[in-house]
Design a protein around this ligand. Structure first.
Ligand SMILES: [Zn+2]
Length: 323
């Protein structure tokens, strides 16, 4: 057994081309072990190196992939950023547009209010002056420096413009609340002005008897005349000397058909000897409104208007008021 093992040899036959001879390689026992071992070693080292190489390649590939995906992610982020910016810009512009519409409506309202105020002033002012209209129109009379706007400034610009719009809206809101108040005040002032009996109450200006002491037209005796007499035709219109409230519209034996109008500041105007009454007690009358017709009712010698002014329950000379 020992000998046989000693004699053990490995013969390798190397076959090449058909023309060439077959080579025999005799291998001793140690070689018999060494060669497969070397083969295994070299194969395993090859496998290891292959592993290493492939791992490296995979790692490189992975790295590349990571880079690529990072880049693509970056790209995506950039795209998202841009989309977001565009979206924000769009929203800003949309809000601006909404505000512009609102402002337009408010400006229209303002214009209407202003027109109302102007009509009021025009109607009541004696000078007939017109104030210049406040308006926001598309007239070409505009100017200013041209400043180019870059894309990245758009958002900022939109936000700034929106702030401006908000400020304008605040201003308009304030004005909106002020104008009706001004109108109200103007109306009150006008009422007071119109309430002052300042209008001559007839078309005729023929004064037949003045205020104060005179000789009585019926008995010739000295008497106090509490107003003025204005002669005219029977049926001539009699006007309210000032705006006010009718407190009396009645008939009396002495005064005939008569009217008393109460005005602001403790003033009253009395109209006597009317042919007919055109107003009723409690009625609001405007200055210049026809309140009755001239006549000769009561203690009268002919068609005339007895007109008197009472201030704080005392008769006063009417002429300073209506002249
Ligand atoms: Zn009289």
């Amino acid at each position: 057994m020992k000998n046989r093992r000693k004699k053990q040899r490995l013969t390798l036959l190397v076959l090449r081309d058909a023309q060439q001879s077959v080579k025999q390689i005799h291998l001793s026992k140690p070689l018999m072990i060494a060669v497969p071992a070397a083969a295994i070693l070299s194969i395993s080292s090859l496998i290891v190196s292959l592993h290493i190489q492939s791992a490296r390649t995979i790692s490189q590939l992975e790295q590349q992939l990571t880079l690529k995906s990072l880049e693509s992610m970056k790209m995506e982020v950039m795209v998202t950023d841009k989309e977001e910016a565009i979206e924000r810009l769009n929203q800003a512009i949309m809000k601006l547009s909404e505000e512009a519409t609102q402002t337009k409506t408010q400006m229209k309202k303002m214009k209407e209010l202003e027109l109302e105020l102007q009509q009021f002033i025009k109607k009541h002012s004696s000078s007939g002056q017109e104030t210049s209209s406040l308006s926001l129109d598309g007239s070409p009379q505009v100017g200013g420096e041209y400043i180019a706007v870059h894309e990245n400034e758009m958002l900022h610009l939109a936000e700034e413009t929106r702030d401006d719009f908000e400020a304008i809206q605040e201003l308009i809101k304030t004005m909106e609340s002020h104008i009706p108040e001004t109108l109200h005040q103007a109306a009150e002032t006008q009422t007071k002005r119109e309430g002052k009996p300042a209008l001559w109450p007839t078309r005729s200006k023929q004064l037949t008897s003045s205020f104060g002491y005179r000789s009585d037209p019926f008995n010739g005796r000295s008497a106090y005349h509490a107003g003025i007499d204005i002669a005219g035709e029977r049926g001539d219109p009699v006007f309210a000397a000032g705006s006010g409230t009718v407190t009396t519209a009645a008939r009396s034996g002495v005064r005939g058909n008569y009217i008393i109008i109460r005005h602001p500041n403790g003033l009253e105007t009395w109209y006597m000897h009317l042919d007919s009454l055109g107003v009723q007690v409690g009625e609001q009358v405007k200055q210049g409104e026809v309140i009755g017709k001239m006549g000769t009712t009561g203690r009268s010698t002919g068609p005339h208007l007895h007109f008197q002014v009472v201030k704080n329950n005392r008769t006063v000379n009417p002429l300073p008021y209506i002249q």
